[in-house]
Design a protein around this ligand. Structure first.
Ligand SMILES: [Zn+2]
Length: 236
């Protein structure tokens, strides 16, 4: 979500019409048509191939933030990555939508990599720190708020750095995945499945790994603490 993040407003806002009178919706159809034609020109069988199957190797669990479009920032085509996004990229086993997507990705699509991707400047993280979020979003961000409070109590710093909480939230989601029954069952049947925790920098467009990849062999080891946010940690 975008920062700043004012969640004290009414839940439902007005739909503001754009200059073309429909909020720019017709423009989306035009852009879609141009995109589909461009794809077909560069690869005439592109869409026909996708009709019959999808065989993605990756399951991306990312934030809903419009600045972090999953497939675009890793330069993948449709069909190459299965995606689930929510505010602050949570991987909660109690979230039915997420759990269903994870089950489909692991059991049916048999992805090889499950990747939690946070991003610096996350409005959801900022809202959790500020404690300003209310309503459903406040409820949704409660796990992040709890993580924030636990860190504040163990730190001498008065205010937690949002980017540090962003990294630690990613690590917490990877830890949750380690304990997720779907992941456990996959590892029990010796599926080739690795968990990853990354953070995306909106300011430079780069992904960074914030914890070591977790495999069935490495699951007994604790997920490592976040690496320092440095340019050296940019892996991609
Ligand atoms: Zn976000």
């Amino acid at each position: 979500m975008h920062a700043p993040f004012d969640l004290t407003m009414e839940e439902e806002g007005e739909i503001v019409a754009g200059e073309d009178g429909d909020g720019g919706l017709s423009n989306l159809f035009e852009r879609n048509k141009v995109w589909a034609e461009r794809k077909t020109r560069s690869d005439p069988s592109f869409f026909r191939r996708l009709v019959g199957q999808q065989t993605p190797r990756y399951f991306w669990i990312g934030c809903s933030d419009s600045r972090v479009p999953a497939t675009e920032i890793v330069d993948l085509d449709p069909g190459e990555m299965f995606v689930h996004r929510n505010v602050a990229n949570l991987a909660s086993a109690s979230d039915l939508s997420f759990s269903a997507a994870l089950q489909f990705a692991v059991d049916v699509l048999q992805v090889r990599h499950v990747i939690v991707v946070g991003h610096y400047g996350c409005g959801g993280i900022s809202a959790a720190i500020s404690g300003r979020a209310n309503g459903k979003i406040g409820c949704w961000l409660n796990p992040v708020r709890k993580l924030c409070c636990s860190l504040s109590h163990s730190s001498s710093n008065d205010v937690l750095d949002p980017n540090i909480l962003c990294e630690l939230n990613v690590v917490a989601q990877v830890e949750a995945l380690v304990l997720n029954p779907t992941i456990g069952a996959a590892w029990a049947r010796q599926a080739d499945l690795t968990l990853h925790g990354w953070v995306y920098g909106i300011g430079d467009g780069l992904l960074r790994s914030v914890c070591d990849p977790v495999t069935p062999l490495g699951r007994s080891e604790a997920v490592s603490s976040p690496k320092a946010q440095t340019n050296d940690s940019a892996l991609f």
